[in-house]
Design a binder for this molecule. Structure first.
Ligand code: NAD
Ligand code: DAU
Length: 341
């Protein structure tokens, strides 16, 4: 059995990655290390093979806890753990800087102490800032790093500490930079699950600004497979941009959700724009396609239908979140209660 150490495995993408690896391999054992912040959810791990998946509750900023949990014979660290929501980083950047930067450094130090063969840093296209609207420009691996939100700045800084560990200590590291994910088990503070949850409950759908910001959407399983393939085939020191060539304006995404659920467009409510709101993300995935042989397997239409179905069939998962601390965040951020019609 090959052992891998996955941080943030109780979150949206980390849990999808664990599911994929357990389903598509037979010789990999996973140590899943997660602090269970508001975004971490043990419900996301229900049904996993207990012989090959071991959950450890811990914080990547805690050096001793990381060293105790990380086996000496581990082949790789996959760092998914992060504060991941742009809007929360605008309210306060503190946790973003400590988890996303210092936490990454702690993991790199542990990788060095235990001679771990490879370090996989799960980064984001947001480190490259924003692209002009109505342009044909794309982010590629040579695009400058110019983050615009505290979240993006913390992820860009994490990439830099990974680079420094490689240059200084020769740590074998690869970086993945993906666009906007969607799929089952995404916390309903992000656009797609928030809009599905509100639409299912006939509540207003808060669209920022003019609704014309563009995101490049990818189904979470496709992202997870790309990370696994970059781990297996990527060149040390390289970054790989991951995207499904699926640019959509926010309004198009929201109206597609309403149409799929048979709900009226009058539920859309335009609200104050996000501060420093990046206008457009679009990813050129040529490098990961040509060098690694990855390509997306799920179309937008299939992925969105599967996602909506999952939220319809798992309303208890959504309601458990909507009844918790989420209510306070929602009120602070949108100035209205969850459930306001
Ligand atoms: P998420 O917020 O759903 O999950 C984050 C997980 O990290 C949670 O389980 C949380 O408990 C855990 N965590 C947070 N702080 C921790 C700490 N200090 N120690 C240990 N665990 C901690 O996020 P996600 O959407 O699944 O994103 C996962 C990773 O992928 C992040 O690094 C994010 O930057 C990156 N990413 C996300 C997207 C996206 O569209 N969601 C796109 C590209 C990259
Ligand atoms: O691009 C990758 C990034 O995608 C990841 O690194 C982040 O972790 C992830 O959160 C996501 O960031 P975004 O800010 O693009 O995602 P979010 O779902 O928050 O917003 C998507 C778009 O929808 C964005 O233009 C803002 C808009 N939006 C979002 C919310 C929550 C709204 O119009 N209304 C909302 O209520």
């Amino acid at each position: 059995m090959k052992k891998i150490f996955v941080t943030g495995g109780a979150g949206f993408i980390g849990s999808a990655f664990i599911r994929l690896v357990l389903d598509e391999t037979s010789d990999v054992e996973i140590i899943d290390f997660d602090a269970l912040t508001y975004a971490g959810n043990l419900d996301n791990l229900v049904g996993l093979d207990e012989n090959r998946h071991k959950f450890i509750h811990g914080d990547i900023r805690n050096r001793e806890a990381v060293l105790n949990a990380l086996p000496d014979d581990c082949d790789a660290i996959f760092n998914f753990a992060a504060e991941s929501h742009v809007d929360r980083s605008i309210h306060s950047a503190d946790e973003f800087l400590t988890t996303n930067i210092i936490g990454t450094q702690v993991l790199l130090d542990a990788a060095r102490a235990k001679n771990i063969r490879r370090f996989v840093q799960v980064s984001t296209d947001e480190v490259m800032g924003t692209l002009p609207e109505d342009d044909t420009a794309f982010f590629n691996e040579d695009s400058p790093i110019q983050p615009n939100s505290p979240y993006a700045a913390s992820k860009a800084s994490a990439e830099l500490v990974v680079r420094a560990a490689r240059e200084t200590f020769g740590i074998d590291a690869v970086i993945t930079r993906c666009g906007n994910n969607y799929g089952p088990r995404q916390f309903p503070e992000k656009l797609i699950p928030l809009m599905i949850a509100n639409a299912m409950n006939d509540e207003p759908l808060p669209v920022y600004g003019d609704g014309k910001n563009v995101r490049d959407w990818i189904y979470v399983e496709d992202h997870a497979r790309a990370i696994w393939m970059v781990y297996e085939k990527g060149k040390s020191g390289e970054a790989y941009n991951i995207g499904a060539r699926n640019e959509r304006q926010n309004l198009e995404v929201v109206t597609s959700i309403l149409d799929s659920l048979g709900k009226p467009h009058s539920l859309i409510k335009y609200v104050t724009d996000r501060l420093g709101h990046d206008r457009r993300y679009a990813i050129d995935a040529t490098k990961v396609e040509n060098e690694i042989g990855w390509k997306t397997q799920t179309t937008w239409e299939e992925g969105l239908a599967k996602t909506i179905r999952w939220y319809q069939e798992n309303q208890d998962w959504v309601e458990r979140i909507r009844n918790g601390a989420y209510r306070d965040y929602y009120k602070k951020h949108y100035g209205m209660e969850v459930g306001t019609v």
